[in-house]
Design a protein around this ligand. Structure first.
Ligand SMILES: CC(=O)N[C@H](C=O)[C@@H](O)[C@H](O)[C@H](O)CO
Ligand SMILES: CC(=O)C(=O)O
Length: 310
């Protein structure tokens, strides 16, 4: 399989109105904004999209909205993972019926696969429900509690899942990451998913990356990739340090990183509204504090945004 995604893939927030219901009307502007800021595709209804907090009907509606809104050449990858395999399979066939570009599933996170074979069975059933679409296993042990090395899954599944395209790799096991890339010299597309380690991922051989912070800080990451590609490691490290400081700020204002960073989106012209229960919404005092701290690290310059007038 040739490499499919080259560059930055954003994992969009799911837009809600103040009533907590889906607000699909902003998705066309969201897709255009991402593309204008150097993003090549969207990975929807995953972690950042609060996929696990949506009903299946809502997830289908979000996928349909992105498919209708997407600009020419912009790709849509749909996360279909669920704790019920039947629901995941149903979401996969829906995604195929609306002709999305690829699907992905994380491991189930309540009853968990106990070994590689059980994880393979899970992925196999979902991949077979959308046989015409590339399937990516979404490796995210921090959220699922499933830390089966992705290399083991790929080796076990090799030749058995015809549409297995690769892994969306949100973990910091760089040995395993490299081992995945090395299988038959790059047979699989291994999308890197730790934004704070993009430099390390790119040096290891990543060609594509999926992340939440590419929603609002893509210009910074475009420059990290350019710096690594031109062997300017000093500059790449300086820029990656800015990414780490930015993520540290959003991690330390008293709510989840997701809730804090979702509150940045109005600055990009796409107000994604509140987060959904059980996540906590940030207060306006926390938001002011976050903006002050982001300004102090130069966020508005490196993310190419203008400081909101509050
Ligand atoms: C747990 C989580 O949301 N992981 C995201 C993607 O997979 C990342 O994009 C992180 O949000 C990002 O690396 C900041 O920690
Ligand atoms: C960041 C990411 O990939 C996700 O939200 O699923």
């Amino acid at each position: 399989m040739t490499i499919k995604y080259q560059g930055l893939v954003a994992a969009p927030f799911t837009p809600f109105g103040e009533d907590g219901q889906l607000n699909l009307s902003i998705i066309p502007a969201y897709a255009k904004m991402l593309r204008r800021r150097g993003v090549v595709a969207a990975f929807i209804c995953g972690t950042t999209g609060e996929g696990a907090s949506l009903t299946c009907e809502e997830r289908e509606a979000v996928a349909e909205a992105w498919m209708q809104a997407r600009p020419e050449g912009f790709q849509v990858i749909v996360h279909v993972g669920h704790t019920s395999r039947n629901e995941a399979c149903r979401l996969a066939s829906h995604a195929e019926s609306i002709e999305v570009d690829a699907i992905s599933s994380m491991a189930p996170f309540f009853f968990k696969p106990e070994d590689t074979e059980a994880l393979f069975d899970w992925c196999d059933a979902i991949a077979r429900s959308a046989p015409s679409l590339p399937f990516y296993y979404y490796n995210i042990p921090s959220m699922t509690g499933v830390a089966i090395p992705a290399r083991e899954l790929l080796e076990f599944a090799d030749g058995r899942i015809a549409n297995l395209a690769g892994v969306k790799y949100t973990y910091e096991d760089m040995d395993d990451y490299r081992a995945c890339l090395a299988i038959e010299d790059g047979k699989y597309d291994i999308l890197f998913g730790r934004d704070e380690l993009l430099l390390e991922g790119w040096q290891a051989g990543a060609k594509g990356a999926v992340g939440s912070t590419y929603n609002y800080a893509s210009p910074l990451y475009v420059k990290i990739i350019e710096a690594v590609d031109s062997d300017d490691l000093q500059e790449a490290r300086r820029l990656q340090d800015l990414s780490i400081s930015m993520i540290d700020v959003c991690n330390s204002v008293g709510v989840s990183h997701l809730a804090a960073s979702k509150a940045l989106m109005p600055m990009l012209g796409v107000d994604c509204g509140p987060v959904r229960s059980p996540l906590k919404q940030m207060t306006s005092a926390q938001s002011d504090e976050m903006l002050k701290r982001l300004e102090a690290i130069g966020f508005f310059d490196f993310a190419e945004l203008s400081l909101p007038s509050v």
